[in-house]
Write a protein that binds this ligand. Sequence first.
Ligand code: NI
Length: 183
Amino acid sequence: MASPICIYGNPVLRKKSEPVKEVTAETRTLADRMLGIMYAQDGIGLAAEQIGHTEAVFVLDIPVAADKNDQGLPNNPGVKMPQAFINPEIIGVSEETTVAEEGCLSFPKLYVPVERPAEVVLRYLDRDGNAQVLNAKGLLARAIQHELDHLNGVLLVDHMSPVGKLKHALLLRKLKKQNQEPQ
Ligand code: NI
């Protein structure tokens, strides 16, 4: 079976998401489906656009072991995973930034160093429709910003330096050609 993930070149990835008016069983079904697809691809995050939807929803399942500070302590203790984030909005960012390599299920085999604020405050609705505020750092903060980019139609390629774009020009062109809708 073909992967249900939309790859770079698919126009849906450039769409801006629509806020979810009311969190319903349908929203939860979408989130659960997204998690299933994400796990099947060994991902830690997935945005609705990546499976062809435009609802403002992303899901994350960050392993605690992958998100520790220099002292080996969890960056985000007490944050339960997996989680669905509905109508997410960043309401605060740290001045401090960090650079780390990011991958994306919509860009197979591409890893790009991206500079982002080290900490963010996220406001969102949880899967029961309750308003939540989350302070995130480390990998969780990075993943939140990556998935929120998707909901705004912003992709990994937009964070690449001119040199990086040259370096990966062939791969990017190939992906785009293979995944564009037939004209
Ligand atoms: Ni991505």
